[in-house]
Design a protein around this ligand. Structure first.
Ligand SMILES: *Cc1c(COP(=O)(O)O)cnc(C)c1O
Length: 379
């Protein structure tokens, strides 16, 4: 018999598909949904998630880099694949061969790609990125017209999209900034419209914008975190106004099991540094999970886990491959019992938002970490 890892990340494919469908239903059929599957689908698995979303009706996918788009094509995925970070001169051939749609923001890349595609008698679609205040990728609004006319002039490439990105759409109290940036983007589009006659797809909304600012949806939205069941600022209540019908369910769970249970008296130090000392007769369960599995050391003496549908606090430092939890107040547990680090067990649930708080970060990082470091099982 093959020895299986103690720890596993479970991906609920039906939940992912339901989230996609609920998002599409919320925005209506006239708005395209680009499923953002970059970074291994936020730790959920690039190919499996993209294929599942395709089955649920998704036809547009967003990846960060060219190699991810190539991996999707090699898996047989159809539809449009937008490469959000664009490419480099070494990737022209793969962009052309795999019919990827790069985001562009650089004259040299644009001319090089045009040459490569024209040389092969083909045409590559590109989306031009405008920076309306993110301070990240993109050409400045004043440069848009010259970029657009360059792309129009060159053979082998055609402009099929214009996009931007919001920096603070998830922050309560920054809605004025988001509205200003939307107006700015709209004014860029308006200047273009006469020449382009609406042939470009305009998109700017990430999950936060789609959930909290419905007028940002334009022709297409780019949800990432919401596909995986989370609200960007951990507040479903805030989405009730703009997206009352939306229903999101977490897609990832992270599970391990008890490898040892020990009975200790009062005054026993637990784990490196003895940062936890038992104050009473205690039962401590040893779990075979640690920071090498993405269960960060920051969770020491802070996190909780589920055993038998009840919460147990982590006691002492999280080690590389081991974590101890105090189960003194829980009903008897046994070696081999399932432990849920993220997800549901009985009526109890631990969300990525809760873990993110313990880790001083956001759910995105928790999902990427757990998904990257552990064996994934699709259910
Ligand atoms: C990652 C990303 C998204 C998705 O953002 P979420 O907050 O996860 O919805 C959208 N657009 C771009 C350009 C991105 O890089």
């Amino acid at each position: 018999m093959e020895a299986l890892p103690f720890n596993r990340v479970e991906i609920d494919i039906a939940a992912l598909q339901d989230n996609f469908k609920s998002i599409q239903l919320t925005v209506g059929q006239q708005v395209r949904v680009m499923a953002v599957v970059k970074s291994d689908a936020y730790g959920h698995g690039l190919v499996a998630c993209a294929q599942a979303i395709y089955q649920a009706g998704g036809r547009t996918f967003g990846v960060a880099e060219v190699w991810e788009g190539v991996a999707l094509r090699r898996s047989g995925l159809q539809g449009e694949i937008v490469v959000l970070l664009g490419g480099s001169p070494e990737s022209y051939d793969e962009i052309i061969k795999h019919k990827l749609t790069p985001v562009v923001y650089d004259v040299e890349f644009i001319t090089g790609l045009s040459n490569a595609a024209a040389g092969k008698n083909t045409e590559v679609r590109v989306h031009l990125k405008v920076d309306v205040g993110m301070g990240r990728l993109g050409v400045l609004p004043a440069e848009v017209e010259s970029y657009v006319s360059l792309i129009r002039r060159l053979p082998g490439i055609s402009l099929s999209g214009l996009l931007s990105h919001f920096p603070v759409a998830d922050e309560i109290g920054s809605s004025e900034k988001t509205q200003d940036q939307l107006s700015y983007f709209r004014s860029v589009l308006a200047r273009l419209e006469t020449k382009e006659a609406g042939s470009v797809v305009a998109h700017i909304a990430n999950s936060a914008a789609l959930l909290y600012f419905p007028d940002t949806r334009l022709d297409m939205i780019r949800p990432g975190i919401s596909l995986y069941g989370y609200y960007p600022d951990a507040s479903p209540a805030r989405a009730k106004t703009a997206a009352p019908t939306l229903k999101l369910q977490p897609v990832m769970s992270f599970k391990t099991r008890v490898v040892q249970i020990k009975e200790l008296g009062a005054g026993c130090g637990i784990s490196y540094g003895h940062t936890f000392v038992t104050r009473r007769k205690s039962r401590i369960a040893v779990l075979p999970v640690g920071y090498a599995d993405g269960y960060l050391r920051k969770l020491s003496n802070r996190a909780e886990v589920l055993i038998g549908g009840r919460r147990a606090p982590v006691c002492g430092r999280v080690c590389m491959n081991a974590t101890m939890v105090d189960i003194t107040e829980l009903p008897p547990a046994h070696t081999g019992d399932e432990v849920v680090l993220l997800g549901r067990q009985g009526d109890a649930v631990i969300t990525a938002d809760e873990i993110a708080k313990w880790m001083d970060t956001i759910s995105y990082e928790v999902l990427c970490l757990f998904g990257t470091f552990n064996e994934r099982v699709y259910i």
